[in-house]
Design a protein around this ligand. Structure first.
Ligand code: ARG
Length: 575
């Protein structure tokens, strides 16, 4: 059980015994400073206000009824009525020993649909897709770790108007005898070419427009061309996911086109319910719930006047699928903050239409933009969009240079492997460790540093612990010893280890991976202070003390590795 949960139960019982109404919470928190104990219960003040009595006296009454035998050594009332709790070292040592058993059984597993990555297939994946891909993946891992059923949905954009232009272009290339794979070798170049064609050649533009309509109405020729294009683009994305160590594969792809046959049904249903109405030839749902300052309802177009369906229509169809067929209890959308209005419209319309009952939690988890060091959206030197594939190659190259500077006794193969983990890890961690709702500055030097809150620092901390075991000639896997807390650094480290599950709970419910990053960083830092103060392998360290410290070291390395794994970052034994 989480320590906070345990304290909460004991305090609630004591408060009740002291005659305090059960709505009053003990409000437990970690103490900010050691002179205030390890945890604080601050609920006496609120309760006293309610009962119109003296908070310090009420705190004393709570203490009279409180049973923390074997859990706390000391309890004290401070200031206006805070209760400071000093946990017992034995209790902490026992708790941490039990926490090492990693048994994940969830009494209330939920089905959580996570919509992430979801790039548009018309172009090559670029840095704009990085954030959704890695933040979404981390949250999916965290939820899975907690024993929930996670259904990843990659809502790829494969159905927009651009595809008419792209397949018209592809048709020309194939007509000239070129192979599809070759023509589409560089999707970015291909896109620019066809765009140029479209803008400069009216005949081509007409064909392109006709092809969109034909494609969407199921024309075989257009469909075949489209499929060729999609296959190449999807293959490219899957390669990136693999390189990024992201858990998305073919089976998670549920693109916009998959809902094509359901779009008319959505429209018919919304019309029958009186929610979609005609407006200038289009079909629109007007949402009073999202009215602007003037009281005008927010319009959500379901079908254009020409008959075409829109992004919002697919999202409503996707919502029905996720609720009815996937049985989602929670649906999380990792999408750019600029789509906030779109998401609000989709959620509001879905509730009104009965596509998602109130019991289904609909959550848009937005994120800001990736910026360059100049404070403008991240671009290449010549001002183009940065291809994700290029960015990842550069990350690995930079990591390799760094490792070669530091270490000479690794062979080339080891260096390559480590460079991949460090380079990719650095890029991912730099993103994950920032509060996702803010914009963030992409800075190679900062993310590749071995100091501070970075992936290389944490990976290095892990290898350092593993090297202690190598030096001692002990296999950490089979090592186990009793923990005995004596030094304050040992206590701090133990407390940190014990917070892991609480942190995971928070990340799972709020969807902010930076909370986990900060935790792993603090844990590694607590270990470094411990290691400075508490020698492990020195000759004059008693055997029992040594074993206890080795056990703490072992659990720290496992928790760092587990934390990083939930962030999608790999560790290695040496670097
Ligand atoms: N393809 C869209 C884009 O690149 C993102 C889709 C996000 N998911 C969704 N269900 N709308 O902007």
């Amino acid at each position: 059980m989480r320590i906070k949960e345990l304290l909460n139960l004991r305090f609630s019982a004591a408060m009740q015994a002291a005659g305090i109404p059960s709505e009053c919470s003990p409000t437990l928190a970690l103490s900010g400073k050691p002179q205030f104990g390890d945890y604080q219960a601050n609920g006496a003040m609120g309760a006293a206000k309610r009962l119109k009595t003296n908070p310090r006296e009420l705190a004393a009454k709570i203490l009279e009824n409180l049973d923390l035998d074997g859990i706390a050594d000391k309890l004290e009332i401070a200031g206006p009525g805070f209760i400071n709790i000093y946990l017992s070292n034995d209790f902490l040592a026992n708790s941490v020993a039990q926490s090492a058993v990693k048994l994940k059984k969830n009494a209330n597993p939920q089905t959580v649909v996570v919509d992430y990555s979801s790039p548009n297939l018309a172009k090559e994946m670029h840095v704009g897709h990085l954030r959704s891909t890695i933040i979404g993946d981390s949250i999916a891992r965290v939820l899975e770790y907690q024993g929930h059923k996670v259904v990843r949905q990659n809502h790829m954009g494969d159905w927009g108007t651009q595809f008419g232009m792209l397949i018209a272009e592809l048709e020309q290339h194939l007509g000239e005898g070129e192979q599809a794979a070759l023509a589409l070798n560089d999707l970015e170049v291909f896109y620019q070419q066809s765009k140029k064609h479209f803008d400069e050649d009216p005949g081509f533009a007409d064909t392109a427009r006709a092809y969109v309509v034909k494609l969407q109405s199921g024309d075989q020729h257009c469909r075949t061309l489209w499929q060729k294009f999609i296959d190449v683009s999807v293959a490219h994305n899957l390669e990136i996911y693999k390189e990024l160590n992201v858990g998305l594969s073919r089976e998670h792809i549920m693109p916009e086109s998959a809902y094509n046959n359901d779009l008319q049904n959505v429209l018919d249903d919304l019309t029958a319910q009186g929610l979609a109405v005609e407006s200038d030839g289009a079909k629109v749902v007007f949402l009073e719930e999202l009215a602007d300052k003037n009281g005008d309802p927010s319009p959500m177009i379901i079908q254009k006047s020409g008959g075409g369906f829109l992004y919002a229509t697919s999202d409503l169809a996707a919502m029905r699928h996720r609720v009815n067929n996937l049985h989602a209890d929670r649906i999380l959308y990792y999408i750019d903050a600029r789509q906030s209005l779109h998401m609000k419209q989709v959620f509001t319309a879905a509730r009104k239409a009965g596509y998602a009952a109130q019991t289904v939690s609909l959550e848009h988890h937005p994120f800001g933009t990736m910026m360059g060091k100049d404070g403008k959206p991240f671009k290449t030197r010549s001002g183009g969009t940065v291809k994700l594939a290029d960015l990842l190659v550069e990350a690995v190259e930079r990591a390799e240079r760094l490792i070669r500077e530091k270490n000479t006794d690794l062979d080339d193969q080891e260096i390559n492997l480590i460079a991949r983990k460090v380079g990719i890890g650095a890029v991912k961690y730099a993103d994950l460790s920032k509060t996702r709702t803010n914009d963030y500055i992409f800075d190679w030097d900062a993310m590749m540093s071995f100091e501070g809150n970075t992936a290389p620092y944490l990976q290095y901390a892990y290898t350092r612990i593993r090297s202690i075991f190598r030096k001692a000639g002990i296999d950490p896997q089979s090592f186990s010893a009793e923990i005995n807390i004596v030094e304050p650094q040992e206590k701090t480290l133990t407390m940190k280890l014990l917070q892991f599950e609480e942190i995971i709970d928070q990340v799972a419910s709020e969807g902010y991976p930076h909370i986990l990053c900060n935790y792993v960083y603090e844990l590694a830092s607590a270990f470094m202070s411990f290691y400075e103060q508490c020698p492990v392998l020195k000759d004059d360290v008693a055997k029992e003390t040594q074993n206890s410290r080795l056990q703490l070291s072992k659990q720290t390395s496992e928790t760092i590795a587990q934390g990083l794994d939930l962030l999608g970052i790999e560790v290695m034994e040496k670097m």
